[in-house]
Design a protein around this ligand. Structure first.
Ligand code: CTP
Length: 196
């Protein structure tokens, strides 16, 4: 989804920096491509890059936990294996101090309570819009191209999109972001009347 958004946004004339973890996909043509490997590296890179950006679209599926210790050697077969995990930082939440006039868009993946949980994330992460994805057997954002999503903005306005491709969803999302940007930056602009 991130690659599609970056590709379409670039084609629409936006200057895109794509920060990506490892994937087998061919990166789209964008202004800058930054490869990272860990949640920590994503967080550090974002803190640097966000200062030059107008909008952050955060669709990385960041793991909530990471192993407490990294094994220096291969872990040999054993009857049971207990891995100690530690929580990753909530990157979006931490970035909210840089938000200011920027638009922040998040994604959420839910198996139940999709609207309730996505609204909680919209508020707690200080987002302008969240793309709520429902994970079902028919509809799995990891792999399937046709998805069901709900776009929910800060005023709780909802746009339901059912069984549509990632490219279709990307266009609706970018239309919405461009509209929000326009409204935000032209609020209070008065139409000057020219007297003859
Ligand atoms: N996210 C993040 N840092 C994390 C986890 C998630 O910045 N450590 C971002 C994701 O990129 C996404 C949004 O937060 O834009 C919501 O992610 P999601 O995995 O749906 O929710 P979580 O906040 O991880 O909460 P939960 O797993 O309890 O649903």
């Amino acid at each position: 989804m991130g690659y599609k958004i970056a590709e379409v946004a670039s084609k629409r004339g936006h200057i895109v920096t794509l920060i990506s973890g490892p994937t087998s996909l061919m990166p789209p043509k964008v202004k800058r491509f930054i490869a990272i490997e860990t949640a920590d590296a994503l967080s550090k890179t974002l803190k640097k890059e966000i200062k030059a950006a107008d909008c952050l679209i955060m669709c990385a599926a960041v793991g909530d936990f990471r192993p407490r210790h990294l094994a220096a050697k291969k872990i040999k077969r054993q009857r049971n294996l207990l891995l100690k995990l530690m929580p990753n930082k909530d990157i979006l939440k931490e970035l909210s101090i840089y938000k200011k006039d920027r638009l922040f868009i998040g994604f959420s993946l839910e198996t139940e309570g999709i609207l309730r949980n996505s609204l909680r994330k919209l508020n707690s992460k200080h987002l302008d819009l969240i793309v709520a994805n429902k994970l079902t057997k028919r509809c799995n954002p990891f792999g399937c191209n046709k998805l069901d999503v709900i776009l929910v903005d800060k005023s709780i306005h909802r746009t339901y999109i059912t069984n549509k491709s990632k490219i279709y969803i990307t266009h609706v999302l970018l239309d919405k972001i461009e509209e929000m940007w326009y409204l935000k930056n032209n609020r209070g602009t008065r139409i000057r009347r020219i007297r003859s």
